[in-house]
Each structure stands twice: as C-alpha cells, then as structure tokens.
Design a protein around this ligand. Structure first.
Ligand SMILES: [Zn+2]
Ligand SMILES: [Zn+2]
Length: 165
C-alpha cells in the first residue's frame, strides 16, 4: 500500500532532481555529446583543471588561439556576475600565451562572440595575435567590438557593472 507520505517524498525527489538537473544544464556542468569543444580537442597549447587553450582550426590572424572553460557554457548570455573571476582567468591565460609569442598591446586582441553570432556553441575567448590574415578578417573581430563581437574588456566592464551593488 502506498502511503501519502511516500508519494510526498517521491514528489519532493522529482522536484529536486528536476531542479538540480536543470541547474546543471544551465550552469555549465552538462556536456552535450555533440559539442566539439566538450569532446576531443587537438592543437592544444595549454591546459589546466579549468581551462584549455588551443589553435583555432581556421586561423584569422598571425596567431589565433581559443581559450575555453572545461565546463560547458553556451554563450556569454549564460554568464552570471559570479562568473567574472572565470573570465578574468581566461583573460590572464590568453594574454600570457600571446605574450609568450611576442603579441601584446595593440597587437593582441581578445573577445567573444555576441549571440546569435556565435560559431561553436561552447563559450570561447578568441585570442588574436595581429596582423589579421587575411586583412578583412578584422571585420569579424573589430577593436571596439560590434553587434557580433564583444571584446573581453567590454565583457568584464559589463559584468562588473552588474556585480556592483
Ligand atoms: Zn561544450
Ligand atoms: Zn569563435
């Protein structure tokens, strides 16, 4: 005989599982099978427990790396104010890797796609060591951002404003 109590527990269990599952999906722990950045990656130049950096398969500049978090975020739209330190660490990694190859200051550019203009649906920071190759590739990653590209500095500024009390 099924008591009303066990039905209640089952209902609570389902609610918790649903909520937790949903949170996992939203907050990046869920790894879609068909996401190329969640799965086998090659051309890796750096990795640690949290991040991987690798060469873009179709380079648009003298040096073109991508830095991604291992956890799956789709786009910058999914980021919460508490993800700001993560973006900071991605920036540090990208900057260091570019500097090691002699790209800094105006010769280094960092940024993210603005949805819906994202290529791969896994958060990734483009790290570009200039010049652009071919030159017209700059249109995709303009210095001051655009409707389809947000520089890392702009993203940090936006997220910082959201964190401010
Ligand atoms: Zn992914
Ligand atoms: Zn991209």
């Amino acid at each position: 005989m099924v008591s009303s109590r066990s039905i209640l527990f089952a209902a609570i269990g389902i609610i918790i599982a649903y909520t937790f599952g949903y949170r996992m999906l939203i907050r990046g722990q869920y790894k879609p099978k068909n996401c190329v950045f969640c799965n086998a990656l090659d051309r890796i130049v750096y990795e640690d427990d949290e991040f991987i950096a690798f060469h873009d398969i179709k380079p648009d500049a003298a040096l073109h790396l991508l830095v991604i978090p291992r956890v799956h975020f789709g786009t910058i739209k999914e980021l919460k104010p508490e993800d700001l330190p993560m973006i900071g660490r991605m920036q540090d990694i990208g900057k260091r890797l570019l500097e090691e190859q002699g790209f800094s200051g105006d010769n280094a550019r960092f940024g993210f796609h603005r949805p819906p203009f994202n290529s791969i649906h896994h958060l990734h920071m483009h790290c570009l060591g200039l010049p652009f190759k071919p030159k017209r590739a700059e249109k995709m990653f303009p210095k001051n951002g655009s409707r389809w590209f947000m520089t890392t500095a702009q993203l940090v500024e936006k997220m910082s404003a959201e964190t401010a009390p």
